[in-house]
Design a protein around this ligand. Structure first.
Ligand SMILES: NC(=O)c1ccc[n+]([C@@H]2O[C@H](COP(=O)([O-])OP(=O)(O)OC[C@H]3O[C@@H](n4cnc5c(N)ncnc54)[C@H](OP(=O)(O)O)[C@@H]3O)[C@@H](O)[C@H]2O)c1
Length: 341
């Protein structure tokens, strides 16, 4: 591939998902010149069977902004089927935003891209915690799938360029407590309660969900600087106590603060992962609680992030103040991406 490669036909897989929708929306509304010529979404067949569904309305809205739609199922489509999809659409860049339940299909998809005549650049579904942060990262149960994919890529992928976009926790989501496990952190303005792990003084590097979209757009604008890298990008780095102060400032209330020491969170993890059992049956919330512990223990802090590599300036990004304001206005759960109710 020539060093002046620029994405032309971009395919986004999982682009209607929790983070995928922000990435698709951001790419569609990117300033001209856009970092692609065509943008296509790979979505499951039947997306338009109920035109009043949120997904159908969102995709229709995106189509009016120029999005193309390709249908298929990542579970049933085999490697050769994916290669055909890539070549038929002349896709040179593929962004996977698949969620945890479908990450297991990524090796098949990336192998298909490697064997295609068209795909040059692949961004696997990362958009989260740095899974190679330190020597303990390899033992984290939450990192198994993403680390296995990185190994697969190191061993099997030779031709494709690969970039991981590592965003850390989404601030918009981190603000919501985990139902039943509130001690793992979160803010409940209606009850004037804040749940904080530890003393609340440890810094955490966050990305807002809109900024994840911004960073992926910036990545597509910087292929040569991004090839072969795990780019660590962040909107802001703050302590839970600073977030609490911002809530108190914006609402005018004093919050009751419930602090839980880190060792208690670690004991909770053991229970949720069912570690003492011979045949562990992890609780569905185990992943979230472990990630919150990793973030509280400094798992989002780097000597330097890669915002500069992508030429993204602090003034282009969301602030703590904006993040809290958005949460108080309904949060990411109320986001419509411009679709009128
Ligand atoms: N940093 C954080 O705080 C954080 C939080 C959450 C997630 N993440 C990460 O973000 C990434 C994306 O996760 P997510 O939660 O956003 O994903 P998600 O919402 O669970 O799913 C993404 C999309 O996958 C597609 N999909 C599911 N099954 C499919 C199938 N059989 N065939 C084709 N497409 C299928 C769906 O698209 P269609 O319905 O259009 O087919 C769905 O919208 C993951 O790597 C996850 O670990 C990070």
């Amino acid at each position: 591939m020539s060093s002046d490669f620029k994405p032309t036909n971009v395919l986004i897989i999982g682009g209607t998902g929790t983070i995928g929708a922000y990435i698709t929306s951001s790419l569609l509304s990117a300033a001209t010149p856009k970092p692609y010529t065509t943008l296509s979404l790979f979505t499951r067949p039947g997306w338009d069977s109920n035109p009043s569904s949120q997904k159908a309305q969102l995709i229709k809205h995106w189509q009016s902004q120029g999005l193309n739609v390709v249908t298929g199922d990542v579970e049933s489509l085999d490697q050769a089927g994916f290669t055909k999809v890539f070549e038929d659409g002349k896709f040179d860049t593929v962004i996977s935003c698949l969620g945890r339940a479908t990450l297991k299909y990524q090796p098949k998809i990336i192998d298909a891209a490697e064997h295609s005549q068209s795909v040059q650049w692949f961004l696997p579904s990362e958009f989260g915690t740095d899974v190679a942060h330190n020597e303990k990262s390899a033992q984290e149960p939450t990192h198994v799938g993403k680390l296995a994919l990185r190994k697969h890529i190191r061993e099997k992928i030779q031709r494709l360029k690969v970039t991981y976009v590592v965003t850390g926790p989404y601030f918009d989501m981190w603000l919501y407590p985990t139902p039943g496990y509130e001690q793992a952190g979160g803010f409940v303005p209606a009850e004037k309660k804040a749940y904080i792990i530890g003393d609340g003084e440890g810094k955490v590097g966050f990305c807002t969900m809109w900024d994840v979209g911004k960073f992926v757009t910036a990545t597509l604008r910087h292929p040569a600087q991004s090839f072969g890298k795990a780019l660590k990008v962040q909107s802001f780095i703050v302590t839970p106590n600073e977030v609490l102060s911002e809530f108190q400032k914006q609402t005018g209330f004093d919050f009751e603060v419930i602090k839980t020491p880190l060792p208690e969170i670690e004991s909770l993890e053991d229970v949720l992962w069912d570690k003492k059992s011979d045949n562990p049956q992890p609780n569905p919330w185990a992943t979230l609680v472990t990630l919150r512990r990793i973030w509280a223990r400094g798992g989002t802090l780097y000597e330097k992030n890669d915002n500069e590599v992508l030429e993204v300036n602090q003034e282009d990004l969301d602030t703590l103040e904006e993040g809290v304001r958005r949460y108080l206005a309904g949060g990411y759960k109320g986001e419509t991406f411009g679709v009128k109710a």
